[in-house]
Design a protein. Structure first.
Length: 302
């Protein structure tokens, strides 16, 4: 059965900035990272680029910020695999080692003339506006906007990857966690992340949900067309079985054969029809849930 396809980070604008050419050298640095970290860096860059667009950033700044995002975790090259790839929670000692990827990545960029302009992504992406981040415990006034943007994109993708979302259903739960991080805790003037950046991210997420809806809807139409065809086959098959004259029987049999597609036979078409009907019910339910997600997100206040 044909399956609908969509990429979780589908609505990318990266190509519009010709980043393949601009970042050839910078991207080559990612080849040395483990597969999971490399994909994460690509996802964060994708999100960063689109957040910048919703924040009405210039093309030049968007390209700059996106490159910073690609490189933000480059310091993880020097984190021991047993810590980097550990599935369970890190010990306090392991966490301290993990945190060094920010300064290690920064130093790596500063030593390379081609990477130096983009070192901000490495050093600022774990800083928090209220001073509770690392490695320097900076506050809002000392964290450049590119660092604030990458922080939001990084945190969102980290949660999405950890929860292994296959669809945007219940993605609003992740945004609620980010809203909590954007809310100043008692005794603080600021939250951890920039509310304006989060609002832009929410628009990006809605775009992706709309794209998923489009993919599912296309598949629904595919299912509906095949269900109609298979039901027509069933009508012909019943008439064929009821036919008393051989000529009529052959006529309806040929009608069935014309409507059957590869993999379908007289013996299994009803099973295929049932499979399509069940799939249609599932996809229609998904569309309802995706619509519900969009409504939830639009009602959220940051």
């Amino acid at each position: 059965m044909k399956e609908e396809k969509f990429d979780f980070y589908s609505k990318t604008s990266l190509k519009s900035y010709n980043l393949d050419e601009a970042m050839r050298y910078q991207l080559s640095m990612l080849d040395s990272l483990d597969a999971f970290t490399r994909v994460h860096c690509e996802n964060v860059a994708n999100l960063t680029c689109r957040i910048c667009e919703y924040m009405n950033a210039s093309n030049k700044f968007t390209v700059y910020c996106t490159i910073c995002a690609y490189l933000h975790d480059i310091g993880k090259l020097f984190i021991p695999p047993k810590i980097l790839q550990k599935k369970g929670p890190l010990t306090d000692e392991e966490y301290e080692i993990m945190k060094t990827h920010t300064t290690v990545g920064y130093n790596m960029c500063m030593k390379d003339l081609k990477l130096r302009p983009y070192a901000a992504g490495t050093i600022y992406h774990h800083e928090a506006l209220n001073g509770t981040g690392y490695p320097r415990s900076l506050t809002k006034k000392d964290i450049p906007i590119e660092g604030q943007i990458i922080r939001v994109a990084d945190e969102y993708d980290a949660i999405v990857s950890k929860r292994q979302y296959k669809s945007h259903i219940d993605i609003s739960d992740t945004l609620l966690m980010l809203i909590e991080d954007a809310t100043p805790p008692k005794g603080y003037k600021d939250g951890k992340i920039n509310p304006k950046v989060l609002k832009a991210l929410m628009k990006v997420v809605i775009d992706d949900i709309e794209y998923e809806k489009y993919c599912v809807q296309e598949y629904v139409e595919h299912l509906e067309e095949n269900i109609a065809r298979l039901r027509e086959i069933d009508k012909y098959a019943k008439k064929m079985n009821q036919a008393k004259k051989e000529k009529e029987k052959i006529y309806y049999e040929n009608g069935v054969k014309l409507l059957l597609v590869q993999g379908e036979t007289f013996e299994n078409y009803l099973d295929v029809l049932n499979e399509y009907e069940q799939a249609l019910l599932v996809r229609r339910d998904i569309l309802k849930k995706l619509d519900s997600e969009i409504k939830k997100i639009k009602k959220m206040k940051v």
